[in-house]
Design a protein. Structure first.
Length: 199
């Protein structure tokens, strides 16, 4: 298929732009391959211009870098200092991803509503570190029912049944650092077990 000179030029610029985006964030080809499921050789050929960009390749890369697709194919300048954070609504709360690159640790800012106050424990692979910015956070772990106030932190293995939310007295705002199993944050918080509620 023949492309206009403008389209051909835009396609030719995708590879160098992808490479710049990746290296600017300090992400290796191996890390990007793991995050996207695209082989290192395909990513390398895409960046060098030997592989034609397609939506099937660009969408997972855009998702991994957490950038809009139009930024990867040539809209804003590469040096654009603006950070585009897209909040998501999850279970009535607001989750704002703060990490803009694939990697072992991901960071989120969360605002949990007062209505999220009934524990529904879950388990999954990983390790989590929570820091309370405002409000009162309730955290349940096996043998513990904790209340954390602004400035307090906790860390736990997410393979244990856990739940966190509001105490019910108002919304709570937290920072969450989540790592794959084996990745841990090197900050420890002292927490005291609270009496379990009667109900």
């Amino acid at each position: 298929m023949d492309h206009s000179p403008a389209i051909a030029r835009a396609l030719a610029e995708v590879g160098p732009r992808l490479q710049h985006l990746r290296t600017q964030r300090g992400v290796t080809l191996a890390a990007l391959a793991e995050a996207t499921g695209i082989s290192k050789s395909t990513l390398s050929r895409l960046e060098s211009g030997q592989r034609r960009p397609s939506l099937e390749l660009l969408l997972p890369i855009a998702q991994a870098h957490q950038v809009p697709l139009d930024e990867m194919i040539g809209a804003p300048e590469v040096g654009d200092p603006r950070i585009r954070l897209t909040p998501r609504r999850v279970n009535g709360g607001i989750v704002l991803p703060l990490t803009r690159q694939p990697g072992p640790l991901q960071t989120f800012k969360m605002v949990l509503p007062a209505t999220r106050s009934t524990p529904e424990p879950c388990t999954h692979e990983g390790y989590e570190w929570l820091y309370v910015l405002s409000g009162q956070l309730r955290l349940t772990l096996p043998g513990h029912d904790l209340t954390l106030s602004a400035g307090e932190a906790a860390e736990f293995d997410t393979r244990l049944p856990h739940w966190f939310g509001s105490t019910g007295d108002g919304p709570v705002e937290i920072l969450s650092l989540f790592g794959r199993q084996g990745e841990r944050v090197h900050v420890r918080a002292r927490s005291r077990p609270l009496d379990k509620p009667d109900n």
